[in-house]
Design a protein around this ligand. Structure first.
Ligand code: FAD
Length: 429
């Protein structure tokens, strides 16, 4: 039996802990918030992949055993984040195999290898025979935990990327935006209705925010969305920002892409002078770059933002791009990044682009399909790091690459735990 420390009680950490228990290991989960913390943060949003592919056989089996088959959602059901947590993840965390093993509000701050500093024992098997040390903190009190294997399932949300040119913070960004500006807010009427919101980002998160705001404009007609998003490369640049996957098996994903592209195309900034433009809730600024932003009092009673756009981009797009925007609200859905600080004392070879572990990143770069549903896990060897028995699983394993799906994470869990069962850890397995 190995002592397996799992960081994060998100879907992948929970699936890993349950399988580890079923394989007879002593698994402990350390969770800095509560079970499903990140999913609940965007719980109002509907997942576009169905329940059946978001969950494991062993997880569904555990719930069926303790609560009965009827407690499980149907395989084809598309749940919101909250429903997924309430109907699957939280019941999973309460399964008898995990009783007393999930340590909530316990943050892992650092991981090291006992008696081996970063520069010691490079590539040596001796390094791998010492246990891991985990510095954890709960309610201001620190302690050290020991483990033979560490599975880092701590995700990437909510470690956001930046709005500025080339990915650095733009002038004023650090002072003007708070963490909440980078999340996926519930589009509440009292907060966004009849107001102007700037949405920045070119992926499905930003698209979700744009579509929800456009729906609100049907109730509150003065609701406006200014959207800064990259256009697709030629010859698709006029289609809108989102790439649609031919015959996309995830119907909801395709519906969202089609809807948001239509909103963007109709609201393309070059059409701003057209007679329909004032009635259309969205203005799309393709490829605009934010030079600076600052929060400022607006003519209403709350603080808004003043945004300065890069002039050189305005020239490229003709004079259609304004140099300045004033908005009431800002949503910066510009992507997430892994927090690598917790494993910086370990030997991890990272990709210099995605910041995910290099072997997996190389495989992902080599993938030709644009459809992330076509992806599979690439086996346990690809998930191995130079640091023996340290694995990065789940969304964090993809680093800044946003193509991760739960389906892949579940396969990773299965691959790694199966390989641990066979491998010698230098201790009894
Ligand atoms: C809006 C949105 C919609 C998505 N929709 C889909 C979808 O439809 N289908 C799909 O397959 N995927 C979807 N994804 C992608 C992905 O599946 C989710 O992000 C999923 O939550 C990833 O699971 P995870 O377990 O890897 O990480 P997370 O769910 O992010 O869990 C990580 C956990 O680790 C904890 N943690 C972090 N740091 C520490 C620390 N230092 N110490 C202790 N605990 C820590 C966190 O609090 C959190 O509970 C979506 C993502 C987003 C953002």
């Amino acid at each position: 039996m190995s002592r397996i420390a799992i960081i994060g009680a998100g879907p992948i950490g929970l699936e890993a802990a349950l399988l580890a228990r079923q394989f007879g290991h002593d698994a402990q989960i350390f969770e800095k918030g509560h079970v499903a913390e990140n999913i609940l943060d965007w719980g109002h949003i509907r997942l576009f992949s169905p329940f059946g592919i978001n969950t494991s056989e062993w997880g569904r089996g555990a719930i069926a055993k303790s609560l009965g088959h009827d407690a499980l959602p149907g395989d084809d059901e598309l749940l919101t984040g909250c429903e997924f947590a309430e109907r699957y993840l939280i019941p999973l965390s309460r399964s008898p195999e995990l009783t007393g093993r999930i340590h909530e509000q316990t943050q892992v701050q650092s991981i090291s290898r006992r008696h081996f500093r970063k520069t010691d024992g490079i590539g040596s098997a001796v390094r791998g025979r010492e246990p891991f040390l985990l510095l954890v903190e709960r309610e201001g009190i620190q302690r050290v935990e020991f483990a033979d294997v560490v599975l880092d399932c701590s995700g990437t949300y909510p470690h956001h990327q930046w709005v500025g040119d080339g990915g650095m913070p733009c002038l004023g960004e650090r002072h003007s935006l708070t963490e909440t500006n980078y999340r996926l807010p519930m589009i509440r009427r009292e907060e966004f209705g009849n107001r102007t919101t700037l949405v920045i980002g070119s992926g499905f998160s930003a698209a979700t925010s744009v579509v929800k705001l456009a729906e609100l404009a049907k109730l509150d007609p003065q609701t406006k969305v200014l959207w800064i998003a990259k256009s697709q490369p030629p010859p698709y640049e006029s289609d809108g920002p989102l790439l649609r996957i031919p015959n996309d098996p995830l119907v909801e994903r395709d519906r969202l892409a089609a809807k948001v592209n239509e909103l963007a195309s109709l609201g393309h900034v070059s059409r701003a002078a057209s007679p329909e433009a004032p009635q259309h809730p969205v203005v799309w600024f393709p490829n605009a770059v934010v030079k600076s932003l600052k929060s400022s009092p607006t003519y209403r009673e709350f603080n808004g933002f003043e945004i300065e756009l890069d002039d050189s981009q305005a020239t490229e797009q003709g004079s259609a791009l304004p140099a300045r925007l004033t908005v009431d609200r800002m949503i910066a859905n510009v992507g997430y990044r892994p927090d690598r600080s917790i494993y910086e004392e370990l030997h991890v070879h990272e990709c210099y682009s995605t910041q995910g572990p290099i072997k997996l990143a190389a495989k992902l770069l080599g993938e030709t399909s644009s459809d992330c549903i076509a992806q599979t896990s690439h086996g346990s060897d690809v998930l191995k790091n130079p640091e023996p028995n340290f694995f990065i699983l789940g969304s964090k394993s993809y680093g800044r690459n946003s193509n991760f799906l739960l389906k892949v994470g579940i396969e990773q869990v299965c691959d790694v735990l199966t390989s641990l069962g066979r491998d010698s850890l230098g201790r009894s397995v």
